[in-house]
Structure formats: structure tokens, C-alpha cells
Design a protein around this ligand. Structure first.
Ligand SMILES: *Cc1c(COP(=O)(O)O)cnc(C)c1O
Length: 351
């Protein structure tokens, strides 16, 4: 018997309606007097309904699974995540009336786990050393679930030529600015999806804008980038969630990235604390990593007498890290010296 498409059509209509109800995220401008002639812009991806840039990815992954015939009525859904993706995927699962399971490391910020559970999803927390992607895939096979596979599919589930992907959105928002073609776009690499989309789209549009990946020191993207190593392994772990992967992901498209800036955790954390002061809102650690990379690129431009724009992302809401990155006792327990990191940041901002 030929399968009916009634449910599929309803699910796709539901996702189209959600997209139509949602607004684009703001591109905020930040003026730093120490860098005359250099304009900084930050795309506020925390403003999505599910609080992070993974809202875009989750929508794309459900569309991709549905349009590939891999997700059917009544089927449960599963994915591996460091938390942000699972929040967005759980939210879309509820919208579509599907059961969702998130497989995550047990060090994931507690607020993220609470949020996923409050969306009606199940969290499977893994001790360190276990491969969450493998566990999710095995469970999917065993229980007949649809494996959304964010790490495997991020770079291809997004329409890199347009369809209001993040790159197209940023360039449209820059159209009336003094420098509509930025010198740099800076982002992190978790799945690698964002850097892949940015790098491809900028080439497609025939622009000179360069892509810089802001990476926690010793993360797998930084280790693998120079030699394009698809099997790269991190030389050290990070406290910054969402980026700084332990091993190279299938979505790391090294060839479209022009530079990598490695940032120590303390510097990333000091920067995300400073962002709260500067912008009046809390953002997560990877937004701080981005800011530090922006400041380093800007210092280079200033030294060479160059002008232009640097664009980056505010990746997720900082409220998720109230019990970790924003808790001084927690930071002290991790051995993070915030005083030194803050002094270095202030030097960079004021030099
Ligand atoms: C996923 C994630 C990133 C990196 O984005 P990718 O497109 O997956 O490379 C950065 N910050 C946060 C908070 C994330 O969740």
C-alpha cells in the first residue's frame, strides 16, 4: 500500500507556520572607542524563541528528516547534544506532537536539563568519555527512533545558498551600514554548521569577507584546521558549552574558514561577563569567545591602519549558566582566575 502523506503535510505546514510567526534576530551595533573606524556588530541569536542559534538548526533538521522520508507519524525522535540543540529540538518536537530524547554529557548546565525536561522531553545523561552521538544512534536503531543527527547533518540540512540562512540575514541587515561588506565574520564551531554556511554563502555572493572561527584553546577545530584533519582530537577540554569539540565533527568544513583564534576559557568568561554590562543582557560563554576573537582581529586591523566592520554572533542566553559561568564559587572551584582575565580584557578594550 502507498503511504499517505497527510501527516507529513501537516507537519511541514506546522513548521512553515512557526517560521512565519517568528521574526528575524537583531543585529546589534557595539562602538568601542579604542578602535576608530572599526565597527562591531553582534547578531543576537539568543532572541530566538528557544534562546539560541540552534533554533535555526533544529528547524532545518526536522525539515530535512521529514523531506527525506525519515520521520513518520508517531515516531519518536532522538539526538546527541551539549544542550542548546536539545532545547530547540525538544521545543519543535512538542510543536509537532512527537516524543523526544536528548543524549547529553552529564556536565551539561543544570538549567538546560531542566528546560528540556519541562518541554516534555527525556534527558539521557552520560558520564565523561562516552560518545553521545554513538549512544544516540544505537538507541535510535534499537527503539526505531528518528535520529536527527545534528553533528552529522548540520552542514547540509541548512540551505547555504539562501532561504534566510544566518549569512543571508546578516548581509541584508548590513545593507544600509557604512561597510555593507564586512572585513570579518567571527563564529564558533560546534557542529561546524554556522561556519560552513557563512563561508559558502560569502563565496557564493562573491564577497571578500573572511571567516574566523573563535575556538577554545586546544579545541578539535583549532587542532585540525591547519592540516584539514578530519580525525583531529582536542588537546584540552573547555568549560565553554556548544563549541570546543573533543574531536573533529563531520560538519567541520575547514576549507571555507580563513582564520582560527584560540581563546582561553578565563578570557571567554570575562568577555561574556563584560557583554552583560555592555548590552544589558546575559549571553553564554561562546559569545565571550567570539568577542575576544573580534578584539584580536580588530587590533590587527588597527595596527595595519585598516577600517571596516567585524560581525559576530551572540549564540545563546546567559541565564542558562547562572549556576556555572556566572557563579563566582563555581568558577573558583574550576580554578578560573577571573581577576587576571578581566584585567587582560580591559587592556584589550581600552588599549
Ligand atoms: C552550537 C553552538 C555554537 C556553534 O555553532 P555551530 O553552528 O554548531 O558550529 C556556538 N555557541 C553555542 C552556545 C552553541 O550551542
Amino acid at each position: 500500500m502507498i503511504a499517505s502523506r497527510t501527516w507529513l503535510k501537516q507537519a511541514l505546514a506546522c513548521l512553515a507556520q512557526e517560521a512565519a510567526r517568528s521574526a528575524d534576530t537583531h543585529l546589534l551595533r557595539l562602538d568601542l572607542p579604542a578602535f576608530p573606524g572599526i565597527r562591531f556588530y553582534f547578531k543576537d541569536e539568543a532572541a530566538h524563541p528557544t534562546g539560541s542559534l540552534k533554533h535555526r538548526l533544529a528547524r532545518s533538521l526536522y525539515l530535512y528528516a521529514l523531506c527525506n522520508g525519515r520521520l513518520r507519524e508517531g515516531q519518536g525522535v532522538i539526538d546527541a547534544s551539549s544542550g542548546s540543540t536539545a532545547i530547540s529540538e525538544a521545543w519543535f518536537a512538542r510543536l509537532l506532537g512527537l516524543r523526544f530524547q536528548a543524549v547529553m554529557p552529564d556536565c551539561t548546565a543544570p538549567a538546560k536539563v531542566r528546560l528540556i525536561r519541562s518541554l516534555g522531553a527525556e534527558c539521557v545523561l552520560l558520564p565523561p568519555g562516552l560518545d553521545a552521538s554513538r549512544m544516540a544512534r544505537e538507541r535510535a536503531d534499537r527503539e526505531g527512533l528518528c535520529y536527527l543527527d545534528q553533528f552529522g547533518l548540520a552542514e547540509r540540512a541548512t540551505d547555504w545558498r539562501g532561504n534566510n540562512n544566518i549569512a543571508e540575514s546578516i548581509l541584508a541587515q548590513l545593507a544600509l551600514e557604512p561597510d555593507p561588506e564586512p572585513a570579518w565574520v567571527v563564529c564558533g564551531a560546534g557542529t561546524g554548521g554556522t561556519s560552513a554556511t557563512l563561508g559558502r554563502y560569502l563565496r557564493y555572493r562573491r564577497l571578500d569577507t573572511r571567516v574566523c572561527v573563535a575556538e577554545p584553546t586546544g579545541g578539535a577545530f583549532a587542532v585540525g584546521w591547519h592540516t584539514r584533519d578530519a580525525a583531529a582530537v582536542a588537546s584540552q577540554p573547555t568549560l565553554v558549552e556548544g563549541i570546543g569539540r573533543g574531536h573533529a565533527e563531520p560538519g567541520f568544513i575547514y576549507d571555507v574558514v580563513d582564520a582560527v583564534e584560540e581563546v582561553d576559557d578565563a578570557d571567554s568568561i570575562a568577555a561574556c561577563w563584560w557583554l552583560e554590562q555592555a548590552l544589558g543582557r546575559r549571553y553564554g560563554g561562546s559569545s565571550g569567545t567570539n568577542l575576544v576573537a573580534c578584539l584580536r582581529l580588530a587590533a590587527g586591523m588597527r595596527k595595519r591602519g585598516e577600517h571596516g566592520a567585524i560581525v559576530s554572533l551572540l549564540c545563546d542566553r546567559g541565564e542558562r549558566y547562572a549556576e556555572s559561568l556566572f557563579d563566582p564559587d563555581w568558577l573558583a572551584r574550576q580554578g578560573i582566575n577571573m581577576a587576571d582575565a578581566r584585567a587582560t580584557l580591559m587592556q584589550r578594550l581600552n588599549a
